[in-house]
Design a protein around this ligand. Structure first.
Ligand code: SF4
Length: 329
């Protein structure tokens, strides 16, 4: 019998009401408007592995990140964590302490008026895990795990470089001994050389502590090193989900191929290129059928009216009529 996935998103959706005030709507005779940030996303993450979600800005990947740790409620679908529905466990601190989030900007996510010891100890205290010297011992251990010194606990965030601040963010996330980490663009605010150090650290921590990651990035090159599987999102939906090396070797969805074109340092030898133009459409008024059709070089009439469902093509889950019809090769 196959093992139950540790983390699952089952057809999750999150809509935001972006209607104008009622008086303006009455004057303009318009109804309510909703932004479908995430619109029916399904995936699972086995324990100890990494799923990365990639896509352009506005594709919904950061909203998925927040849904997976309960920072947003789902509009539809459910998040399952170790066999329990996350919404049902919202008030369950024991459940919530098993997951943590690392944010994009280490400058903005650390309180500048707090010493590092208080920043790193925050989850420990919030979840009632330890107090006093025990909490400080946990802080020292977490700082050591991320390559900093326990003595750094006395300092303030401004005394550290960007990479060191992201290490502090990781130490804060680790201090409550979570099993699942959601990492929302954790290296995008850092220099390239520092990015590599942080990614290596995260891989090392995963191996040492058996962590499960959901990794969010707009950059395919970044996620390649850290991912077991990669999911590609477009306008709130997952369009491709494949083992990392399979995705790089045989990208199937036209949008995935377009993203690969945007990565400057990939070896693309032998692979047909399908450059894409145009802007990401508004998620308030997405295109009919396949939302990618206005930008897709393989679009046909069917694509304009019928939304493609996910199909399994070898190891890859992909939502594309051209793949299904055998005309994407
Ligand atoms: Fe392109 Fe059609 Fe596939 Fe959408 S379904 S990606 S428009 S070929």
């Amino acid at each position: 019998m196959s093992e139950r996935p540790f983390v699952e998103a089952r057809d999750i959706a999150r809509y935001f009401d972006v209607s104008r005030p009622i008086v303006q709507r009455l004057i303009a005779r318009e109804g309510r408007r909703s932004l479908r940030a995430v619109d029916g996303v399904t995936f699972d993450i086995p324990r100890g592995t990494t799923l990365s979600l990639v896509g352009e800005s506005g594709c919904g990947k950061s909203t998925v990140a927040r849904l997976m740790v309960g920072l947003y409620r789902t509009t539809g679908g459910e998040v399952m964590f170790d066999g329990m529905e996350l919404g049902a466990a919202r008030a369950d601190m024991a459940q919530r302490r098993r997951m943590q989030m690392i944010f994009q900007d280490p400058y903005a996510s650390l309180n500048p008026r707090w010493r590092v010891r208080d920043i790193v100890a925050e989850p420990v205290r919030a979840f009632g895990i330890a107090r006093g010297q025990d909490a400080l011992d946990r802080v020292g251990a977490a700082l050591t795990q991320v390559g900093l010194s326990p003595l750094d606990a006395q300092k303030f965030p401004h005394e550290f470089s960007g990479g060191q601040r992201q290490r502090i963010s990781i130490a804060r996330a680790l201090s409550s001994s979570p099993e699942f980490l959601v990492c929302d663009e954790p290296t995008s605010a850092l220099d390239v050389s520092v990015q590599a150090q942080i990614l290596n650290l995260m891989k090392e921590l995963q191996q040492r502590l058996g962590l499960t990651y959901l990794f969010i990035s707009h950059n395919l090159a970044v996620v390649r090193q850290v991912s077991d599987r990669i999911g590609v999102m477009y306008l709130g939906r997952l369009v491709e989900n494949a083992p990392a090396e399979t995705l790089f070797r045989t990208p199937r969805h036209p949008y995935t191929r377009a993203l690969m074109e945007a990565v400057p340092d990939l070896s693309m030898s032998g692979r047909p290129r399908t450059p894409v133009g145009g802007e990401v459409p508004s998620p308030i008024n997405p295109p009919t059928g396949c939302a990618f059709h206005p930008r897709c070089p393989l679009a046909n009439d069917r694509c304009k009216v019928e939304r493609p469902e996910m199909i399994l093509a070898h190891e890859t889950l992909v939502a594309c009529h051209a793949v299904q019809e055998g005309r994407a090769a």
